[in-house]
Design a protein around this ligand. Sequence first.
Ligand SMILES: [Fe+2]
Ligand SMILES: [Fe+2]
Length: 397
Amino acid sequence: MNQLDLGDLSFIEGGHLLVKRAMGKINVGKEIVICGQDPDLEVHLEAWARIEGHQIKISTESNRFKLYRGDAELKRWQGAKQTGDPDPFKPESIAETASQTWGLAARGAVIEDGTPEFDFQLTKKSQVWADEAVRLYAQAVSAQWDPNTAIPWNTKFELQTEVEDAVVQLMTYLIENEAAALIVPSRFVAQLHPHFREVMQLLAIQAADEARHVEVFTRRALLKRDKLGISTVGGQASLKTLVDEPDFAIASFLLSVMGEGTFLTLLRFLEHHAPDPVTQTMTRLAANDEARHVAFGVAHLKESVKHDPHLLDRLNQSVHRRHDALQHIVGLNQKVIDALTLITAGGWSHQALRKGSQQVTKLIQDMDSGRRNQLLRLGFSKEQAATLSELHTKNFM
Ligand SMILES: [Fe+2]
Ligand SMILES: [Fe+2]
């Protein structure tokens, strides 16, 4: 017969773990003798056995007990399921539909039957998944930068008064756009089933990227001034359509593919034409982050399109709807265009202004061709891509 002597180790000092371990090694119905010197052993052992569903027989000898293994623990786990695998690239690792009863359990964990039902709205692999998320998340983690050390805040420079004003205005515009780009993925990360762990992680780090962008653009705006620029009705109206969009596919499309895609071109342009090293460094770092955001948007929508033949139609309509909603807003981005022109010109000479205007015209063309390329990648025809790009919000985001 099996015997376990706890010696002077009390039940609550860890003795229960030894008893549990010993019980795990015998079959249901079999017994083990437990003995020990702790005067409270009987009380503790009895209570524990009752909870665990084991039977206990107390011997006439003091502090010696026979414990028979019950089947409660086995029964408890009979209906348990293992769902998927922590390694996203193993076959069957990612379920086509994640069950609400898997809840918050780690993918690959054994889940006890009877877990409460959660209410995640995004439960289908075809809605959210792209293998690319795994690589993009790893890349995002290693590419995180510290605004304090990554940007040369202390480098001395002086811009013409109005050029500095234009930088402040541009930063003010960028900040509100970054706020929308932070809110949208944050909202969907709360709706996403945690079974799609890598997508959840990627959306979370995307929000953290945007938080940094908000920070650095704010700090640049206030570097030489104590006031920010203006925020227009048109800009906010455009961003509100993103913040209000309830559908994940449409929101990802309008934000990540169309909006952040356009912003990527804008940030690369600013990196190239930045009037000072602080603006140049931050726009380069933000552009690198945006490239990841766009890459995931395109990757998961490409997957969704494969599974949903009507999705391209819905995306198409979403651009038309948004265009109709915004078409009466006057001067949607004139302040931004003017600020960009002056920043690029760097001064007031005719020659500089002409050059600035030409560069901004070229920027608008580059934004358009960037959008059309992404639209082609999603499966739109050349004509559709040209139309949709043309209808994209003049706010850029
Ligand atoms: Fe951003
Ligand atoms: Fe972004």
